[in-house]
Ligand binder design. Structure first.
Ligand code: SAH
Ligand code: SF4
Length: 360
């Protein structure tokens, strides 16, 4: 059994306790270590040049730095990069880098993070939902995705980050892994580490009652809600478990949600051809949007093999968008990136497992 401590799994206070109580080192070593781990993205105690040889030996004896290992990298024609990562116990998870161009013309990247191995919510359109739930990811695993991507991008200067934004929209339901989510968000914000500000982080939830208010009150991230249907009935069909919290109650909670100054929450609406893209759906959606300080993302469904759903036709999608704009709803069509590499949530792992099984 590994009796050493993975320092990537400790928040600042825990690291301080470890440094002072377990290693009997002076407190100032905490900031030094923290900075190497989170700002400089270091994986090897030997690289910590301002730490004495004896201390490095002590660190090697009592601690280690483990992050998920890159199992596979897939690159899309549109620049999206998807990583399949292997966790310490062999479980596989995914993270995606989505490129964007900043106002100054420089390359920027948004990273999509997973929070659970699989997901218990079983939404009917989602590849991760089909995997079922295996376990929660801890902070080292959640933030290990950022560390692995920074290493890949050679992104080592937090003051000029290549990864500008983080979205918790990968595998799993963040609010069902609440403690590890909060710990990760706090670590991301730490000024001596990665120093992510709140407006650079968005947490997406399918609408979980427990934890939603706390997330708003924490001041640690912006909010996105996977709505996907404008009525309780349709939502119950698409997202049977999430819809156990009645749409009306979810909306009431969102009306009083603690938004940051200038924040508008994001409503995500996966457009499924012939299922939730009718004129009636648009009318219902307008009613919902008029109640909330929100912007609406329309995401055309990314076709998945064996799925009962299909992408909307381009004409229907545009007509749907137009119907919303006509009623002053800010709706933006967000084309799923990386379609050629199965970049939608859960798709890569599903594809990979299929390949492994057929190779056996
Ligand atoms: N559990 C959270 C966070 C994960 S989000 C939530 O549901 O909000 C995963 C995102 O991937 C969701 O917005 C979902 O709508 C999207 N998604 C899942 N399958 C997809 C597909 N086949 N095409 C496009 N988007 C998909
Ligand atoms: Fe889970 Fe989100 Fe997929 Fe639903 S959409 S199964 S909540 S990951």
């Amino acid at each position: 059994m590994n009796t050493k401590t993975n320092l990537n799994s400790l928040d600042f206070q825990e690291l301080e306790n470890f440094v002072t109580k377990k290693l009997n080192l002076p407190k100032y070593r905490t900031v030094q270590l923290w900075n190497w781990i989170w700002a400089k993205n270091c994986t090897d105690f030997e690289e910590m040049t301002d730490v004495s040889k004896d201390t490095r030996r002590l660190l090697r004896e009592k601690a280690y730095l483990f992050r998920p290992a890159v199992e596979k990298v897939s690159k899309s024609k549109d620049g999206t990069v998807k990583f399949l990562l292997r966790l310490e116990d062999g479980e596989l998870i995914e993270t995606v880098l989505i490129p964007s161009v900043a106002k100054d013309g420089g390359g920027r990247v948004t990273q999509c993070l997973s929070t659970q191995v699989g997901c218990a919510m079983g939404c009917t359109f989602c590849s991760t939902g089909k995997l079922g739930f295996t376990r929660n990811m801890n902070m080292a695993e959640i933030l290990g995705q950022v560390q692995a991507a920074r290493h890949y991008l050679q992104d080592t200067r937090p003051e000029h980050p290549i990864i500008r934004n983080l979205v918790f929209m990968g595998m799993g339901e963040p609010l069902l892994n609440f403690d590890n989510l909060m710990k990760s968000l706090k670590t991301l914000h730490h000024p001596k580490g990665l120093a992510f500000s709140v407006r650079r982080i968005t947490v997406s939830t399918c609408g979980i009652q427990k934890g939603l208010k706390e997330l708003g009150d924490s001041n640690l991230a912006y909010l996105a809600v996977s709505l996907h249907a404008p009525t309780q009935e349709k939502r119950a069909m698409l997202m049977p478990k999430a819809a156990k919290w009645q749409l009306e109650d979810l909306l009431a909670a969102l009306e009083t949600y603690n938004l940051h100054t200038r924040e508008r929450m994001t409503l995500e609406y996966l457009v499924l051809g012939g299922v939730n893209d009718t004129a009636e759906d648009a009318r219902e959606l307008v009613k919902i949007c008029s109640r909330l300080k929100a912007k609406l993302n329309l995401i055309p469904y990314n076709d998945t093999p064996g799925s009962p759903y299909k992408a909307p036709t381009p004409e229907n999608l545009l007509a749907f968008e137009k119907a919303l704009w006509a009623k002053n709803v800010t709706a933006i069509i967000r084309k799923s990136k990386g379609q050629d590499i199965e970049a939608a949530c859960g798709q890569l792992r599903a594809e990979y497992e299929l390949q492994q099984n057929s190779a056996q």
